[in-house]
Design a protein around this ligand. Sequence first.
Ligand SMILES: [Zn+2]
Length: 407
Amino acid sequence: MIDTVLLNKFLGSQMPAALEMLRKMVGINSFTSNREGINQLGRLTAECFAPLGFTARFVPSVNGEWGNHLVMTRTGRSSKSIALVSHLDTVFPPEEELANAFHWQVAGDRAFGPGTLDIKGGTVMMWLVLMALRAHAPKTFEEITWKLFWNSSEECLSPDFEDVCRPHLSGSTLALLVFEAENTAGSDHLMVAARKGRFTWKVTVTGRGAHAGGNLKQGANALIQLARTLQQIDVMTDFSKDLTFNVGKMWGGTVLNRVPHLAVAEGEFRAFSPAICEEAKARLLALSGPGEVRSQNDGYRCEVAVEITSESRPWPRNPGTEKLLTLWREAGARLGASVLGEQRGGLSDGNSFWDAVPTLDGLGPSGDNDHCSERSLDGSKLPEFVEISSFIPKAALNTVSILNLLA
Ligand SMILES: [Zn+2]
């Protein structure tokens, strides 16, 4: 059994190098559509993991405007493998970082900067855990085949990352661990054990245009129909089922003296349960067809067309994930840390893999304000930061848990 005092001491000795690595990563803008920045960060990341014996492969994204995904492998003596997943991109355009003077800045226990929490801090956590495993469980480290995956475009739900990773996963892949940030509740570590699926939709209403002054009765107002349809969608939200619908945007009409002949809205819905997602999808699609808004003169009806524009399937609670969660909880008990599972509304790469390999998420450090770059003078608005003191205990927890999994 690993000596946890020595483990903590070792991790402490690695923190200066870990923070320097994080500082360099945060210094490279890697907004999803900054292709060059993503590729530069990919190369730096590959350099960071190479001394641990990993070889890198860069896989072009199907979207030519996005950077390369990064796959790093270290082949072990056995066929058993563990997959670790992070991403390269952030949500901050370079101009926004400049405008808000949002860059690497340490204040007390907080390291501010783009991606410190989501998810460059997670990448550094991966490095710490692998370093600890190599130093404190060298036999195990050498035995396992380690597969590291970085999505170049996670924040835009890249459709092809799953295809990049799947061929590397098999029945001998014991776990897929996602290094998104951890939430905490008091002193409890909250590991992510489920995430909602997300379905985006589009409603297109075609009506009949007419002169608003001379011939209003001839018109079938597409905007009015759209407003009614959207109200029907809005009430499909059912918190008792964790099912939420959001109308995200709408547009329609042209000039004020025309009855609008076209109106469009887009939105999304989310739920944890695959069955509830399917039922919601069916109800949504059933709104297609003749609308209730008609022209006054001859009853010409608006036509409603609903389509599902993207599907990110849910990651429900499942036995594979629960088994991993139990291991993390047991490791926590050994380390004097309370570990709980949580279900999150937001997506991660975990959604794509839980049904192929036991998956656990939230292995990253903790912090706050991810996806925010602004700071107000009174401190009521702070940008994204990672808590420096969260690295060592979480790295210890992840290390001990992985060893429990392999024991
Ligand atoms: Zn993320």
